[in-house]
Ligand binder design. Structure first.
Ligand code: KPL
Length: 316
């Protein structure tokens, strides 16, 4: 029988905690890496993660560690940190990261994969995108709020730019299977670049506009001014060669806004809590690419500037 892969999960936010809880529930070996020894202490005092998984509310003693306590090389790591926290988080554990580690990046925004592939050229870097809905009520209290799906793949764009070895479909399927922790499913996408680009469009449109209008995701569809701006954001993104066509992209964004109608976007939650946002890796990434390719993206630029300004005024 094939030995089960032991995953380390870096990033104990909602998505990282979600995978860690279902790993525990499925008796799959996984360790959640907390950011510091003091967090570890707080976790021990809490006695685990209080998880509301559908109708079940359970206290789960999920295995955890902290960067200073990791003694064995990490061969498989699922990164679920916010984009802006990734470099600091991985630097803290890189003394134990195996040279040929398999790294799965599951986060909003783009740009981090390129940085990681330069920094760890021997590693196998995979990317994933999820529509599972989860949020934390407090540090160690998690709600699995909505069922979705998760796709995994190896970016062809990144493969073309680096010396990474391409994995075949069976190898990818094996990794996806090991991260499919009932009821969380993970499937292989043969075009993860397309999936990530669609997710970028969703986040460029919904996240900053929900901050601008201080509204829930679905309310963007009911407000004609916000909807016109959402359409402008998407039309600008559709100009890029790598992008899916405008009607498909717009249909995806509208579908996600309708499906998550009652959600407050992660960016709105960050702004309201005075936390840094992911804007630099969402609209910021897009505007940088637009500059390189001389593509006009005035609506995205305006939203980038507005969120940056609000963030600077808002952090407490
Ligand atoms: O990814 C999201 C986010 O809030 O960051 C969406 C899909 C917009 C759901 O709220």
């Amino acid at each position: 029988m094939q030995e089960k892969i032991h995953w380390h999960i870096l990033g104990a936010g909602a998505i990282g905690s979600l995978w860690a809880c279902y790993a525990y529930q499925n008796a799959v070996p996984a360790t959640l890496i907390l950011r510091s020894d003091s967090r570890l202490q707080a976790y021990r005092q809490a006695g685990g993660i209080m998880a509301k998984l559908g109708a079940l509310a359970l206290q789960l003693p999920v295995p955890v560690t902290s960067p200073s306590l990791i003694t064995k090389p990490i061969e498989h790591i699922l990164i679920t940190t916010k984009a802006q926290q990734t470099l600091a988080a991985i630097t803290a554990i890189e003394h134990q990261l195996a040279e040929k580690a398999v790294i799965v990046l599951l986060q909003n925004g783009l740009g981090i994969a390129e940085m990681l592939s330069q920094r760890y050229p021997q590693a196998t870097l995979l990317q994933a995108s999820t529509t599972e809905g989860a949020y934390r009520q407090s540090l160690f209290s998690l709600v699995h709020a909505g069922r979705g799906n998760t796709q995994l793949g190896q970016s062809k764009t990144l493969l073309a730019e680096t010396q990474q070895t391409p994995l075949d479909h069976d190898e990818l399927a094996n990794i996806a299977r090991s991260l499919s922790l009932g009821p969380l499913g993970m499937t292989v996408s043969d075009n993860i670049d397309d999936v990530l680009w669609q997710k970028l469009a969703v986040n460029c449109a919904i996240n900053p506009l929900t901050v601008k209008y201080r509204c829930r995701n679905g309310e963007l569809l009911d407000n004609p001014v916000a909807l016109a701006e959402l359409e402008a954001v998407v039309a600008e993104i559709a100009q890029f060669d790598a992008s899916p066509e405008y009607p498909d992209l717009l249909a995806t964004v509208r579908h996600v806004a309708a499906n998550t109608a009652l959600n407050r976007s992660s960016m709105l939650q960050d702004i309201e809590a005075g936390r840094p946002t992911e804007i630099a890796f969402i609209s910021g990434y897009l505007c940088q690419l637009a500059e390189q390719h001389r593509i006009p993206v005035p609506m995205n630029r305006q939203l980038l500037d507005e969120i940056k300004r609000l963030s600077a005024a808002n952090q407490h």
